[in-house]
Write a protein that binds this ligand. Sequence first.
Ligand code: HEC
Length: 149
Amino acid sequence: MSAVRVTTVLAAAAVLAAAGFAWRANEKSSAATSAQLARGAAVYAAACASCHGTNLEGQPHWRSPGPDGRLPAPPHDETGHTWHHSDQLLLDIMTRGTAAVIGGSYASNMPGFGDPYSEADLRAVLEWLKSRWPERERSYQREANGGDS
Ligand code: HEC
C-alpha cells in the first residue's frame, strides 16, 4: 500500500469512528430511562415548579428585572432559553445557582440545589425538561452540547 493510500484509509476510519461515536452518544441521551424521567418530574414538582411553573411557563414578564432588580424565573419550555444552553452550563446553574455561576456582584433569585439534591437528581430534572421540548429545540440543544447529548 502506498503512503497516500494508507493515509486515505486512516482518514476514512477516523471519520467513521467519529460518526459512530456521535451516533452512540445520541443513543445514550435518548435513552433516558422512565425511572430517571419519573424522578426528574418529581424533583421538578417539589423544588422548581414554585418559580418556573407547573407547566414550565416561568414567571410573568420574565425578560425584565422585577422590583428587586433581579430577573424573574424564565420558562423551561420552548418559549424560554433553557434549550439554548449546554448540559454542562445548565447543570452548573442547577447545582450552584446563577449568582455563583455568573460571579462578580451578580445577584439572582435562582438558588443552587447541589444540596440537598444529588448530581443524578439534577441530571434527571434536566432529562425530564428535555423530554418536554419539541424536536427543533432538542436538536438545537444537542448542538450546544457539541453533538454529544
Ligand atoms: C425561588 C425561585 C426558583 C426556584 C425554586 C428555582 N429557580 Fe431556577 N431560576 C430562578 C430565577 C429567578 C432564574 C433566573 C436567574 C437569573 O437569570 O438571574 C432561574 C434560572 C434557572 C436556570 C437558567 C435558565 C435559563 O434559561 O438560562 C435553570 C437551568 C434553572 N433555573 C433551573 C432550576 C431547577 C432545575 C430548579 C429546581 C431544582 C429551579 N431552577 C428552581 C428561580 C428559581
